[in-house]
Design a protein around this ligand. Structure first.
Ligand SMILES: Nc1ncnc2c1ncn2[C@@H]1O[C@H](COP(=O)(O)OP(=O)(O)OP(=O)(O)O)[C@@H](O)[C@H]1O
Ligand SMILES: [Mg+2]
Length: 305
C-alpha cells in the first residue's frame, strides 16, 4: 500500500454499537501542516484523534502516522506523536514541574535530558513563574500550556490538540494560536480539532469538515470559500428564513442585489466564511462546544487575566 502523507487514513471506520463515530474516513495530512478538523458536537473529531493516537482500535480501515500502522506499530506511532486531550489529563494536585517530571519519566528520559527539556520548554512557553504552582490553581490558558509542554517532552514530530482553545477568552486564545504557529514554524506538524470557524480560518493551512463521522470536504480555507463563492448576499424578510446567495465577486453580488424585487427586506453583502461552507454542506451551524467544560475553563481564564 502506498502510504503518502504524514497522517494517512484509508476507509477508516469506528463504530460504537450502532453509532458510526467515524465513517470511511480518507485523509492525508502532510508533514509541517497545521491541519484543522472542524465539526459540531458528536461529529467524530475526538474519536478520530483516539484512533490515530492508538488509544482505541478502528473497527475497519487503515491509518498510519509517518508510515507506521496505528494498529500494528503502536509504539513507533506513540514515539512520533504528542497529544493534548480535550479534557485535561494533568494531575491537578501536582505542580507544573511535577507533572512534567512524571511525563518525562513515562517517556523514559534520563535525568539530564529530563532536566534540560523541562527547562527549555518552560522557557519556550514562558511558564517559569508558574512552574511550582499546583495545576489546579492555574488559569485555563495556563493549564493548556502546561498540558502542551507535557506533551512535547519526548520531542514529537506531530502534535494532536483536541479543542485547544475551548473556553479560553479572546486573549488566552490568541496566545495559544501564537504558540501553535511557533511550534509549527519550528518543525512540528499540528492536527487540531475545533468548533471555532475563526480559529480554523486563522490558523490552519487546510481544514477538513467532519459531520456525522464523514469527511464532508477538505481544503485550504480560502479554496473552500471560493468554491462556494467568495461573496455572499443574505436576504431576509419577516416571514421567511434568511436566504444565502453566493457570487464570485462583489461586482456580481451587487448586480444581483440591484435586480432584487422592491419588496421590503434586509439585504447584507459580505465575504463568505467557513461557517457558510459548513452550512451549505450540512444544512446546520457548527454550534458551540460542550458548555460545561467551556464554563469551567472560562472562569479559570477570567480569574487569571
Ligand atoms: N466510548 C464511546 N462509547 C460510545 N459512543 C461513543 C464513545 N465515544 C464517542 N462516542 C460517540 O461517537 C460519536 C462521535 O463522538 P466524538 O467524541 O468523537 O465527537 P466529537 O466530534 O469529538 O464531539 P465534541 O465536539 O462534543 O467533542 C458521538 O455520537 C459519541 O456519542
Ligand atoms: Mg471531542
Amino acid at each position: 500500500m502506498a502510504l503518502t502523507g504524514f497522517i494517512y487514513t484509508e476507509n477508516l471506520t469506528k463504530h460504537y454499537g450502532g453509532i458510526k463515530a467515524i465513517n470511511n474516513l480518507n485523509l492525508k495530512v502532510d508533514s509541517r501542516e497545521i491541519f484543522g478538523f472542524l465539526g459540531p458536537n458528536g461529529a467524530g473529531k475526538t474519536t478520530t484523534i483516539r484512533v490515530l493516537t492508538t488509544r482505541t482500535l478502528p473497527t475497519s480501515g487503515f491509518a498510519s502516522i509517518n508510515g507506521f500502522d496505528v494498529v500494528k506499530e503502536r509504539n513507533k506511532v506513540k514515539r512520533t506523536i504528542g497529544i493534548v486531550q480535550q479534557h485535561l489529563s494533568l494531575d491537578l494536585n501536582l505542580t507544573v514541574r511535577e507533572n512534567m517530571e512524571f511525563h518525562a519519566r513515562i517517556h523514559r528520559l534520563d535525568s539530564s535530558t529530563r532536566k534540560k527539556r523541562i527547562n527549555d520548554l518552560l522557557e519556550y512557553v514562558e511558564l517559569w513563574d508558574y512552574v511550582d504552582k499546583m495545576v489546579d490553581t492555574l488559569s485555563g490558558g495556563m493549564k493548556k500550556k502546561a498540558a502542551i509542554v507535557c506533551s512535547l517532552l519526548h520531542e514529537p514530530k506531530l502534535l494532536f490538540l483536541d479543542e485547544p482553545t475551548v473556553g479560553l477568552d479572546a486573549q488566552a486564545r490568541r496566545h495559544m494560536w501564537a504558540l501553535m504557529r511557533r511550534l509549527n514554524k519550528d518543525g512540528t506538524t499540528i492536527f487540531l480539532t475545533t468548533h471555532y470557524i475563526e480559529e480554523a480560518e486563522a490558523l490552519c493551512n487546510r481544514v477538513g469538515i467532519i459531520y456525522h463521522g464523514r469527511l464532508i470536504t477538505v481544503g485550504k480555507p480560502l479554496e473552500l470559500r471560493n468554491n462556494l463563492g467568495s461573496v455572499v448576499v443574505e436576504t431576509s424578510t419577516a416571514d421567511k428564513e434568511t436566504q444565502y446567495h453566493f457570487f464570485a465577486d462583489r461586482e456580481a453580488a451587487t448586480k444581483y442585489v440591484k435586480r432584487l424585487p422592491p419588496e421590503p427586506q434586509t439585504v447584507i453583502i459580505r465575504d463568505s466564511n467557513l461557517e457558510d461552507v459548513f452550512i451549505e454542506h450540512t444544512g446546520e451551524k457548527v454550534g458551540t462546544p460542550d458548555p460545561v467544560a467551556s464554563e469551567d475553563i472560562a472562569s479559570d481564564a477570567a480569574l487569571f487575566l
